[in-house]
Design a protein around this ligand. Structure first.
Ligand code: DX5
Ligand code: ZN
Length: 233
């Protein structure tokens, strides 16, 4: 059966207290932590690099799954560095997710994406591919068919910033994938909160990212996480 996963996005946390914020939402019931890596190129925002990521890993320990979403034009370069500072993972399953955007690869996209997925597996991490709202879902079917990725991330806002409005017009991509792949992890990212989670879950998502809704709830983060989980059932 499909796992149901709630992944708060640290993009909306108090970065002055990154470690404490991470632990707070884990205590409040988060399954994964979603880490948005932006390079100022692929999107017009800049977040964190390997130095800060290493601090985050140290703060939460090796057991926590860190779901890194690379909104970077050079995913290969950054994934190598994040995997290096992630440290040894003693557990049986990977503790690092490496989601790259299909759009960063041009003409020869499929071949480059396959090579990157292989490299991610060699680093003992979990490969996934993300699509901006305007990218057709067909682009990633060969990656799923080849079992090169374990998850597809469907963006439900334009990548770059937290707190934007959910785009329901992206959900047909989720439905299309779920019809074909009953066991694939499908993640929605952007504008997910208590009022939009149902639509994403009903379309077929089993992994929900939520930034501003979770962190904007302050001490009620646990209630929002529980509500998101409820939508997935
Ligand atoms: C947007 C990021 C999202 C973002 C979601 O570029 O990929 O992960 O943090 O934030 P909310 O939930 O506020 O839309
Ligand atoms: Zn994200």
């Amino acid at each position: 059966p499909l796992a149901t996963i709630v992944a708060p996005s640290l993009l909306s946390c108090d970065f002055g207290n990154l470690g404490a914020e991470a632990k707070r939402v884990l205590d409040a019931g988060a399954d994964w932590l979603h880490v948005d890596v932006m390079d100022g190129h692929f999107v017009d925002n800049l977040t964190l690099g390997p130095v800060v990521f290493q601090g985050l890993r140290r703060a939460v320990g090796q057991q926590v799954f860190l779901d890194c979403h690379f909104m970077t034009t050079a995913p290969v370069f950054w994934i190598e560095q994040f995997a290096r500072v992630n440290g040894d993972n003693q557990g049986p399953a990977p503790n690092l997710g490496c989601t790259f955007h299909y759009e960063v690869f041009g003409e020869d996209g499929l071949r480059m994406a396959l090579a990157l997925c292989e490299r991610v597996r060699a680093l003992r991490a979990r490969p996934a591919v993300a699509l901006r709202p305007s990218t057709p879902v067909e682009a990633v079917l060969p990656l799923v068919d080849a079992a090169a990725v374990d998850m597809v991330l469907i963006m439900t806002v334009e990548p770059g910033h937290g707190g934007q409005s959910f785009m329901p017009e992206c959900l047909p991509k989720v439905r299309f994938l779920r019809e074909r792949y009953p066991l694939l992890d499908i993640q929605a990212d952007g504008g997910i909160g208590l009022t939009t989670a149902d639509a994403a879950a009903q379309a077929g998502c089993n992994v929900l990212v939520s930034g501003s809704a979770v962190f904007g709830a302050g001490p009620d983060a646990g209630r929002v996480i529980a509500g998101l989980r409820e939508a997935l059932h």
